[in-house]
Design a protein around this ligand. Sequence first.
Ligand SMILES: [Zn+2]
Length: 215
Amino acid sequence: MSEQDAIEKLKSGYRAFRDGRFRAERSIYETLVDQGQKPKTCLIACSDSRVDPSIVLQTDPGDLFVVRNVANLVPPHEELGSFHGTSAALEYAVQHLQVENVVVLGHAHCGGIRSLFQDRPRDEEGNFFIAPWMSLVRSAYLRVEGTMPDAPEAVKAKACEQSAVLVSLENLMTFPCIRDRVKEGRLRLHGWYIDIRAGILYVYDPVKQIFQAVD
Ligand SMILES: [Zn+2]
């Protein structure tokens, strides 16, 4: 597909939306504007083009407040620095929209997670921002290398993708507004993982400490 074809595809998709779903669901959009959005769930997903939350979870407008970034990571709460896009979105979702759930949606074949296994110099073109961002889950990488040093890289990557979801869940609890609401029972945190090739969604069970496939 040429560059122009890719853009034309988006425009024709918009026209199909405008003449189809938007026309059919116009009142939903009007209500969401007049009364404001009231999503119950904030979802942190990867920017990966294959893992589109509204497609794989079949959501309606107004259902999800979505944050997408490289490898669906949540940084720890920090007061220093100015450009905390993910933290700002979380703050808005939790404090202002008062969502009842935060879901971290990891996925198989994540390029961000794979980059942890490639030893590229930080200043190499195309790796200036990725390496420091991915260092957020270096502990997950080290855990995997420590527990299964001889496993094939694909097995390690999957373990790391899942372990990184747990690191993000831990980091969520470093935000005072999230920690307080979780303790008060007003907010639940969820760790999910999707294998888009197999079409299987897994949910982390904190008691059994495993990811289990959804029925
Ligand atoms: Zn990814």
